[in-house]
Design a protein around this ligand. Structure first.
Ligand SMILES: Cc1ncc(COP(=O)(O)O)c(C=O)c1O
Length: 446
């Protein structure tokens, strides 16, 4: 069967211009093993997308597979509305023990967007109910330039990427927008960039503080905007300012969670105590859709009351806390400890850092950003002026196509080449990935 032709006939792909897709030579993935993807024609590629930033232990990991099979024999799904099950409870206990002591309760859902939708509804309802409803005016959110929190209407309202979000503006609720530090494109040094952004945030809080429900941020790294990374000390000062004005701090660790930045969670880097934290993606090692929104006792307790008071959090999904997802998530966490995944990320990050220095010599590599195994290489038309390539230049897309000749699958973010390989990647595999990426950038841009 010609799956590629059938795909073009029947399927509509996410974040894809289908007119191009139909003309393109597409890849149909047949199977995976470790960091490798194999297509239906027998070609293999290093999965540098990490199956959209989720893969931890590689594809077809026997232990993760067995965890799912074992659970399948028991039950594949039971509702979490009015029932519980042991795996969701064990996983909740582990998530709470792994994260900041401020976080005490786990609310499950099934993807990053819903985990963020829940975070914002929780934060909103918290202020409607806290202290006998004394702070009902706290209904607004502060978000950041270029933020990405998912594709549902609430999470899009929190977003700041015009390309993805602008068209929906009439459907969205308004947020206050603070600048996220982007030192490469700031007129001044890193510290000045940090201070400017914090000051702008402070100004919004000064003017509108008692209407702010929460400040919502991707801590340390904004992923979808092009792997933009905050200067040292930014998150710590931000937390301090948010606390000063009494708003909740919501951290979106959907992309950064579970080892990707080198710490288990990015909020650990500057020891941030969030009131609410969303996690998804790598929670199952990249196997099944599962996510969670963690809340502090302060938040949780505002939802407690007599039945008649109707303080309940009226939110839930059919597949909330799916047992197969919980089973593979527990095994994922066990393997992360057993195989010292954080140790591997540290070593591979050091290795990448060395090799990426070489990339800086390429005449169209403007900026290289790296935290753990989150890597963004920003290509520019003119290195001196930092002039970006035009959208129509499709420079990222060209590099991605070339990379296939080096057995590498990459997905760019505009002009930024993104490397997010499985966290278990070996020294040799990473060497190969970096070498192929270097050659691809060089060939396309020089
Ligand atoms: C920071 C962040 N938040 C939320 C999401 C949305 O997650 P999902 O695609 O699982 O809905 C993403 C996805 O890339 C993300 O990077």
């Amino acid at each position: 069967m010609d799956y590629k032709q059938l795909d073009k006939k029947y399927v509509w792909h996410p974040f894809t211009q289908m007119k191009d897709w139909i003309d393109d030579d597409i890849i149909a993935v047949d199977k995976g093993e470790g960091v490798w993807l194999y297509d239906t024609e027998g070609n293999r590629y290093i999965d540098a997308v990490g199956s959209l930033w989720v893969n931890v232990h590689g594809h077809a990991n026997p232990e993760l597979n067995d965890a799912i099979i074992e659970q399948l024999r028991k039950i594949s799904h039971t509702t979490f509305l009015g029932l519980t099950h042991p795996l969701a409870v064990q996983l909740a206990e582990q998530l709470i023990s792994m994260t900041h002591p401020n976080l005490k309760k786990v609310f499950y859902s099934d993807n990053g967007s819903t985990a963020m939708e829940i975070a914002l509804k929780m934060a909103y309802q918290y202020w409607q109910q806290a202290d006998g409803g004394k702070h009902k005016s706290r209904t607004k959110f502060i978000t950041f330039s270029n933020a990405y929190h998912g594709d549902t209407i609430g999470s899009v309202s929190l977003g700041g990427i015009d390309l993805f979000h602008k068209i929906y503006k009439p459907l969205l609720f308004d947020c206050y927008n603070a600048p996220y530090p982007y030192p490469y494109r700031f007129d001044g040094d890193e510290n000045a960039c940090k201070e400017y952004c914090l000051n702008e945030l402070r100004k919004i809080l000064e003017n509108y503080g008692d209407t702010i429900a929460a400040v919502v941020i991707e801590p340390e790294v904004q992923g979808a905007s092009g792997m933009i990374m905050t200067p040292k000390g930014f998150m710590k000062e931000l937390k301090h300012i948010v606390k000063q004005y009494g708003a909740l701090l919501v951290v979106d660790e959907v992309a950064t969670g579970f080892g990707r930045t080198g710490k288990m969670f990015a909020s650990e880097i500057e020891n941030i105590a969030p009131d609410i934290m969303s996690v998804a993606k790598s929670i199952t090692g990249g196997y099944l859709p599962l996510s969670a929104t963690l809340a502090s006792d302060k938040v949780y307790e505002a939802f407690l009351g007599d039945y008649a008071q109707q303080k309940t959090f009226f939110h839930g999904h059919t597949y909330t806390a799916n047992p197969l997802g919980c089973a593979v998530s527990l095994k994922n966490l066990e393997l992360m400890r057993k195989n010292n995944i954080l140790g591997n990320v540290a070593e591979r990050a050091k290795q990448a850092d060395c090799v990426l220095n070489e990339f800086k010599k390429l005449s169209h590599v403007g900026d290289i950003r790296q935290k753990g195994l989150m890597i963004g290489i920003e290509l520019v038309k003119d290195k001196q002026t930092k002039k970006p390539y035009l959208w129509a230049d499709r420079i990222g897309g060209k590099v991605v196509k070339e990379a296939r000749n080096h057995e590498i699958i990459i997905r760019p973010l505009g002009n930024v080449i993104v490397l997010m390989p499985p966290l278990c990647i070996s020294e040799q595999e990473l060497e190969r990935l970096l070498r192929g990426t270097y050659e691809s950038i060089k060939k396309v841009t020089e």
